[in-house]
Design a protein around this ligand. Structure first.
Ligand SMILES: [Zn+2]
Length: 348
Protein backbone atom coordinates (compact mmCIF):
# COMPACT_ATOMS: atom_id res chain seq x y z
CA UNK A 1 0.00 0.00 0.00
CA UNK A 2 1.02 3.63 -0.41
CA UNK A 3 1.84 6.03 2.40
CA UNK A 4 3.26 9.51 2.89
CA UNK A 5 6.48 8.98 4.81
CA UNK A 6 9.33 11.12 6.04
CA UNK A 7 12.75 10.66 7.59
CA UNK A 8 12.38 12.85 10.69
CA UNK A 9 14.92 15.66 11.11
CA UNK A 10 15.92 15.29 7.44
CA UNK A 11 14.54 18.16 5.30
CA UNK A 12 13.33 17.17 1.84
CA UNK A 13 12.86 13.49 2.75
CA UNK A 14 9.07 13.41 2.28
CA UNK A 15 7.86 10.68 -0.14
CA UNK A 16 4.67 8.95 -1.26
CA UNK A 17 5.87 5.38 -1.40
CA UNK A 18 4.99 1.71 -1.09
CA UNK A 19 5.18 0.29 2.42
CA UNK A 20 4.01 -3.05 3.87
CA UNK A 21 0.37 -3.45 4.95
CA UNK A 22 -0.19 -2.38 8.59
CA UNK A 23 0.95 -5.01 11.10
CA UNK A 24 -1.81 -6.67 13.13
CA UNK A 25 0.21 -5.75 16.24
CA UNK A 26 -0.66 -2.09 15.51
CA UNK A 27 -4.28 -2.82 16.40
CA UNK A 28 -7.12 -5.26 15.79
CA UNK A 29 -9.27 -2.79 13.85
CA UNK A 30 -8.36 -2.39 10.17
CA UNK A 31 -9.31 0.95 8.64
CA UNK A 32 -9.31 2.27 5.08
CA UNK A 33 -8.12 5.88 5.07
CA UNK A 34 -10.60 8.43 3.73
CA UNK A 35 -8.70 11.58 4.55
CA UNK A 36 -5.98 13.11 6.66
CA UNK A 37 -5.77 16.81 7.39
CA UNK A 38 -2.51 18.72 7.43
CA UNK A 39 -1.49 20.87 10.37
CA UNK A 40 1.51 23.00 11.31
CA UNK A 41 3.17 20.06 13.07
CA UNK A 42 3.08 18.02 9.83
CA UNK A 43 4.70 20.92 7.99
CA UNK A 44 7.41 21.16 10.67
CA UNK A 45 8.09 17.41 10.45
CA UNK A 46 8.23 17.63 6.64
CA UNK A 47 10.71 20.50 6.97
CA UNK A 48 12.95 18.33 9.15
CA UNK A 49 12.40 20.33 12.32
CA UNK A 50 10.52 17.78 14.43
CA UNK A 51 9.41 14.16 14.66
CA UNK A 52 10.75 10.73 15.61
CA UNK A 53 10.59 7.48 13.62
CA UNK A 54 9.48 4.26 15.39
CA UNK A 55 12.32 2.54 17.29
CA UNK A 56 14.62 0.73 14.86
CA UNK A 57 13.14 2.48 11.80
CA UNK A 58 14.41 5.46 9.86
CA UNK A 59 11.10 6.60 8.34
CA UNK A 60 7.80 7.65 9.88
CA UNK A 61 4.35 7.55 8.28
CA UNK A 62 3.10 11.12 8.69
CA UNK A 63 -0.38 12.25 9.74
CA UNK A 64 -2.34 12.59 12.97
CA UNK A 65 -5.64 14.18 11.89
CA UNK A 66 -7.48 11.16 10.57
CA UNK A 67 -10.73 9.97 9.11
CA UNK A 68 -11.23 6.41 7.95
CA UNK A 69 -13.76 3.67 7.32
CA UNK A 70 -13.63 0.39 9.22
CA UNK A 71 -12.87 -2.50 6.85
CA UNK A 72 -12.45 -5.17 9.52
CA UNK A 73 -13.60 -4.47 13.09
CA UNK A 74 -11.56 -7.40 14.42
CA UNK A 75 -12.57 -9.92 17.07
CA UNK A 76 -13.15 -7.68 20.08
CA UNK A 77 -14.45 -4.26 19.15
CA UNK A 78 -17.90 -2.70 19.06
CA UNK A 79 -17.21 -1.24 15.61
CA UNK A 80 -18.99 -2.40 12.50
CA UNK A 81 -17.73 -2.64 8.98
CA UNK A 82 -18.30 0.75 7.31
CA UNK A 83 -18.20 2.83 10.52
CA UNK A 84 -16.43 6.17 10.18
CA UNK A 85 -13.66 6.51 12.75
CA UNK A 86 -10.85 8.82 13.75
CA UNK A 87 -7.81 7.71 15.72
CA UNK A 88 -6.51 9.21 18.94
CA UNK A 89 -3.01 10.62 18.55
CA UNK A 90 -1.24 10.08 21.87
CA UNK A 91 -0.45 6.80 23.64
CA UNK A 92 0.55 6.57 27.32
CA UNK A 93 4.17 6.39 28.36
CA UNK A 94 5.46 2.91 29.27
CA UNK A 95 6.15 3.63 32.97
CA UNK A 96 3.33 4.86 33.21
CA UNK A 97 3.27 8.19 35.01
CA UNK A 98 0.24 8.77 37.30
CA UNK A 99 -1.64 10.75 34.65
CA UNK A 100 -1.06 8.21 31.88
CA UNK A 101 -2.05 5.50 34.37
CA UNK A 102 -5.51 7.06 34.76
CA UNK A 103 -6.09 7.68 31.06
CA UNK A 104 -4.86 11.28 30.96
CA UNK A 105 -1.91 10.86 28.63
CA UNK A 106 -2.58 14.43 27.44
CA UNK A 107 -1.27 15.46 30.88
CA UNK A 108 1.76 13.10 30.76
CA UNK A 109 4.29 13.98 33.43
CA UNK A 110 7.46 12.36 32.09
CA UNK A 111 7.30 13.19 28.38
CA UNK A 112 7.78 9.54 27.37
CA UNK A 113 4.37 9.32 25.67
CA UNK A 114 4.29 8.42 21.97
CA UNK A 115 2.17 9.99 19.25
CA UNK A 116 0.94 8.63 15.93
CA UNK A 117 2.50 10.42 12.99
CA UNK A 118 4.69 12.53 15.28
CA UNK A 119 6.60 10.56 17.89
CA UNK A 120 7.67 6.94 17.42
CA UNK A 121 4.41 5.48 16.01
CA UNK A 122 3.31 5.53 12.38
CA UNK A 123 0.62 8.05 11.54
CA UNK A 124 -2.54 7.92 9.49
CA UNK A 125 -1.39 9.10 6.04
CA UNK A 126 -1.46 5.61 4.55
CA UNK A 127 -4.09 3.87 2.41
CA UNK A 128 -4.89 1.54 5.31
CA UNK A 129 -4.08 1.72 9.01
CA UNK A 130 -4.70 -0.35 12.08
CA UNK A 131 -5.76 0.84 15.49
CA UNK A 132 -6.53 -0.56 18.93
CA UNK A 133 -10.33 -0.35 19.44
CA UNK A 134 -9.90 1.74 22.61
CA UNK A 135 -8.07 4.45 20.64
CA UNK A 136 -10.61 4.75 17.82
CA UNK A 137 -13.53 7.15 18.06
CA UNK A 138 -16.69 6.70 16.04
CA UNK A 139 -17.49 9.74 13.89
CA UNK A 140 -21.09 10.85 13.28
CA UNK A 141 -21.72 9.63 9.72
CA UNK A 142 -23.65 12.81 8.91
CA UNK A 143 -20.37 14.73 9.19
CA UNK A 144 -18.89 12.87 6.24
CA UNK A 145 -15.48 14.25 5.26
CA UNK A 146 -15.85 16.97 7.94
CA UNK A 147 -15.05 14.25 10.48
CA UNK A 148 -11.41 14.93 9.60
CA UNK A 149 -11.77 18.10 11.71
CA UNK A 150 -12.27 16.03 14.86
CA UNK A 151 -8.64 16.07 16.06
CA UNK A 152 -8.21 19.87 16.02
CA UNK A 153 -11.61 20.14 17.75
CA UNK A 154 -10.36 17.90 20.59
CA UNK A 155 -7.58 20.41 21.27
CA UNK A 156 -10.21 23.12 21.72
CA UNK A 157 -12.46 20.97 23.90
CA UNK A 158 -9.56 20.31 26.25
CA UNK A 159 -8.53 23.98 26.30
CA UNK A 160 -12.07 25.08 27.16
CA UNK A 161 -12.25 22.40 29.85
CA UNK A 162 -9.06 23.82 31.36
CA UNK A 163 -10.58 27.31 31.32
CA UNK A 164 -13.69 25.96 33.03
CA UNK A 165 -11.63 24.12 35.65
CA UNK A 166 -9.67 27.26 36.49
CA UNK A 167 -12.84 29.35 36.50
CA UNK A 168 -14.38 27.14 39.17
CA UNK A 169 -11.91 28.48 41.80
CA UNK A 170 -14.30 31.41 42.37
CA UNK A 171 -17.74 32.63 41.35
CA UNK A 172 -17.53 32.34 37.58
CA UNK A 173 -19.91 33.69 34.99
CA UNK A 174 -17.90 34.50 31.86
CA UNK A 175 -19.70 36.73 29.35
CA UNK A 176 -17.06 37.24 26.66
CA UNK A 177 -14.39 35.08 25.06
CA UNK A 178 -11.65 36.35 22.79
CA UNK A 179 -9.95 33.95 20.40
CA UNK A 180 -6.63 35.23 19.10
CA UNK A 181 -5.66 33.85 15.70
CA UNK A 182 -8.14 32.73 13.05
CA UNK A 183 -6.34 29.65 11.80
CA UNK A 184 -8.10 26.26 11.93
CA UNK A 185 -7.75 25.97 15.72
CA UNK A 186 -8.90 29.55 16.33
CA UNK A 187 -11.88 29.23 14.00
CA UNK A 188 -12.90 25.89 15.53
CA UNK A 189 -12.54 27.48 18.99
CA UNK A 190 -14.88 30.25 17.88
CA UNK A 191 -17.25 27.67 16.41
CA UNK A 192 -17.36 25.60 19.60
CA UNK A 193 -17.65 28.69 21.83
CA UNK A 194 -20.53 29.93 19.67
CA UNK A 195 -22.51 26.84 20.69
CA UNK A 196 -22.48 28.16 24.28
CA UNK A 197 -24.23 31.23 25.59
CA UNK A 198 -21.21 33.52 25.44
CA UNK A 199 -20.21 36.52 23.31
CA UNK A 200 -17.45 35.42 20.95
CA UNK A 201 -14.75 37.68 19.52
CA UNK A 202 -11.95 36.68 17.17
CA UNK A 203 -8.83 38.71 16.49
CA UNK A 204 -6.47 38.05 13.59
CA UNK A 205 -4.04 39.98 11.43
CA UNK A 206 -6.04 39.26 8.27
CA UNK A 207 -8.28 42.09 7.09
CA UNK A 208 -9.45 40.34 3.93
CA UNK A 209 -9.89 36.74 2.75
CA UNK A 210 -12.34 34.18 4.15
CA UNK A 211 -11.61 34.62 7.87
CA UNK A 212 -13.62 37.78 8.71
CA UNK A 213 -16.71 36.39 6.98
CA UNK A 214 -16.36 32.97 8.61
CA UNK A 215 -16.29 34.64 12.02
CA UNK A 216 -19.25 36.92 11.28
CA UNK A 217 -21.27 33.98 9.95
CA UNK A 218 -20.98 32.43 13.42
CA UNK A 219 -22.61 35.54 14.85
CA UNK A 220 -19.25 36.42 16.41
CA UNK A 221 -17.29 39.66 16.12
CA UNK A 222 -14.11 39.96 14.09
CA UNK A 223 -11.25 42.29 14.96
CA UNK A 224 -7.91 42.97 13.33
CA UNK A 225 -5.17 45.00 14.97
CA UNK A 226 -3.96 44.88 18.55
CA UNK A 227 -5.59 43.13 21.51
CA UNK A 228 -4.86 46.27 23.55
CA UNK A 229 -7.07 48.35 21.23
CA UNK A 230 -10.18 46.22 21.84
CA UNK A 231 -13.00 48.19 23.43
CA UNK A 232 -13.69 45.54 26.10
CA UNK A 233 -11.89 43.26 28.53
CA UNK A 234 -12.51 39.59 27.66
CA UNK A 235 -13.29 37.18 30.53
CA UNK A 236 -11.53 34.39 28.65
CA UNK A 237 -8.80 34.50 26.02
CA UNK A 238 -8.08 31.40 23.97
CA UNK A 239 -4.68 32.22 22.52
CA UNK A 240 -4.02 30.41 19.25
CA UNK A 241 -1.18 32.43 17.68
CA UNK A 242 1.82 31.58 19.86
CA UNK A 243 3.07 35.12 19.12
CA UNK A 244 4.84 36.79 22.06
CA UNK A 245 3.25 40.21 21.67
CA UNK A 246 -0.28 38.78 21.36
CA UNK A 247 0.28 36.65 24.48
CA UNK A 248 1.61 39.59 26.51
CA UNK A 249 -1.23 41.84 25.31
CA UNK A 250 -3.80 39.15 26.18
CA UNK A 251 -2.50 38.80 29.74
CA UNK A 252 -2.65 42.57 30.15
CA UNK A 253 -6.09 42.96 28.55
CA UNK A 254 -8.00 40.03 30.12
CA UNK A 255 -10.65 41.07 32.64
CA UNK A 256 -10.15 40.71 36.41
CA UNK A 257 -10.57 37.07 37.43
CA UNK A 258 -10.00 36.12 33.81
CA UNK A 259 -8.28 33.15 32.23
CA UNK A 260 -5.82 33.19 29.34
CA UNK A 261 -5.48 29.73 27.82
CA UNK A 262 -2.40 29.30 25.64
CA UNK A 263 -2.73 26.77 22.82
CA UNK A 264 -0.27 28.18 20.27
CA UNK A 265 3.33 27.01 20.17
CA UNK A 266 5.68 29.80 19.17
CA UNK A 267 9.34 30.54 19.72
CA UNK A 268 11.66 33.43 20.35
CA UNK A 269 10.59 36.99 19.72
CA UNK A 270 11.46 40.02 21.75
CA UNK A 271 9.78 40.70 25.08
CA UNK A 272 7.48 43.64 24.47
CA UNK A 273 7.08 44.22 28.20
CA UNK A 274 9.04 43.31 31.28
CA UNK A 275 8.00 39.98 32.78
CA UNK A 276 7.38 41.50 36.22
CA UNK A 277 4.95 44.04 34.71
CA UNK A 278 2.97 41.25 33.04
CA UNK A 279 3.03 39.26 36.28
CA UNK A 280 1.90 42.28 38.31
CA UNK A 281 -1.14 42.66 36.04
CA UNK A 282 -1.99 38.99 36.63
CA UNK A 283 -1.52 39.26 40.41
CA UNK A 284 -3.60 42.38 40.85
CA UNK A 285 -6.49 40.93 38.81
CA UNK A 286 -6.32 37.28 40.00
CA UNK A 287 -5.70 36.20 36.45
CA UNK A 288 -4.57 32.75 35.39
CA UNK A 289 -2.48 31.82 32.39
CA UNK A 290 -2.86 28.14 31.58
CA UNK A 291 -1.17 26.15 28.85
CA UNK A 292 -3.06 23.33 27.13
CA UNK A 293 -1.91 20.70 24.67
CA UNK A 294 -3.31 17.50 23.17
CA UNK A 295 -6.50 15.82 24.44
CA UNK A 296 -7.61 12.58 26.07
CA UNK A 297 -10.45 10.25 25.17
CA UNK A 298 -13.04 12.26 27.09
CA UNK A 299 -12.21 15.31 24.98
CA UNK A 300 -12.40 13.23 21.80
CA UNK A 301 -15.85 12.02 22.75
CA UNK A 302 -17.05 15.54 23.55
CA UNK A 303 -15.44 16.93 20.38
CA UNK A 304 -17.42 14.43 18.32
CA UNK A 305 -20.66 15.68 19.89
CA UNK A 306 -19.79 19.38 19.42
CA UNK A 307 -18.60 18.94 15.84
CA UNK A 308 -21.85 17.16 14.98
CA UNK A 309 -23.78 20.15 16.41
CA UNK A 310 -22.03 22.63 14.15
CA UNK A 311 -23.28 23.92 10.82
CA UNK A 312 -21.99 21.62 8.06
CA UNK A 313 -21.74 24.39 5.45
CA UNK A 314 -19.71 26.54 7.81
CA UNK A 315 -17.40 23.65 8.71
CA UNK A 316 -16.88 22.78 5.05
CA UNK A 317 -15.60 26.32 4.39
CA UNK A 318 -12.72 25.60 6.79
CA UNK A 319 -11.39 23.04 4.32
CA UNK A 320 -9.98 25.31 1.65
CA UNK A 321 -8.10 22.65 -0.34
CA UNK A 322 -8.46 18.94 -1.06
CA UNK A 323 -5.30 17.33 -2.42
CA UNK A 324 -4.56 13.83 -3.68
CA UNK A 325 -1.88 11.96 -1.72
CA UNK A 326 0.47 12.00 -4.72
CA UNK A 327 0.36 15.81 -4.48
CA UNK A 328 1.74 15.61 -0.93
CA UNK A 329 4.31 18.35 -1.50
CA UNK A 330 1.57 20.81 -2.52
CA UNK A 331 -0.57 19.70 0.41
CA UNK A 332 2.22 20.48 2.87
CA UNK A 333 2.90 23.93 1.44
CA UNK A 334 1.01 26.86 2.90
CA UNK A 335 -0.63 29.15 0.37
CA UNK A 336 -2.40 32.49 0.92
CA UNK A 337 -6.03 31.96 1.92
CA UNK A 338 -5.41 28.39 3.14
CA UNK A 339 -7.21 27.40 6.33
CA UNK A 340 -7.29 23.60 6.40
CA UNK A 341 -5.82 21.36 3.74
CA UNK A 342 -7.11 17.82 3.49
CA UNK A 343 -5.37 14.93 1.76
CA UNK A 344 -8.06 12.64 0.42
CA UNK A 345 -7.13 8.97 0.16
CA UNK A 346 -10.51 7.60 -0.91
CA UNK A 347 -14.06 8.74 -1.60
CA UNK A 348 -16.37 9.14 1.36
ZN1 LIG B 1 2.85 9.77 31.18
Amino acid sequence: MKAITVEPKKPGSLRYEDIPEPDVREGSVLVEAIAAAVCGTDVEIAEGKYGWAPPGKTRLVLGHESLGRVIDPGPNSSFKKGDLVSGLVRRPDPVPCPNCAVGESDMCRNGRYTERGIKEIHGYMSERWRIEPEYAIKVDPSLGILGVLLEPTTVIIKALEQVQAVGQRAYWEPKTVLVTGAGPIGLLAAGVASLARIEVHVLDRAETGPKPELVRDLGAMYHSGSVLDLGFEPDVVVECTGAGSVIADSIQKVAAGGVVCLTGVGAGGIAPRATADIAAAAVLKNNVVVGSVNANKRHWYKAGLRLAQMDRKWLSRLITRHEKPENFSQALKRKPGDIKIVIQFSEI
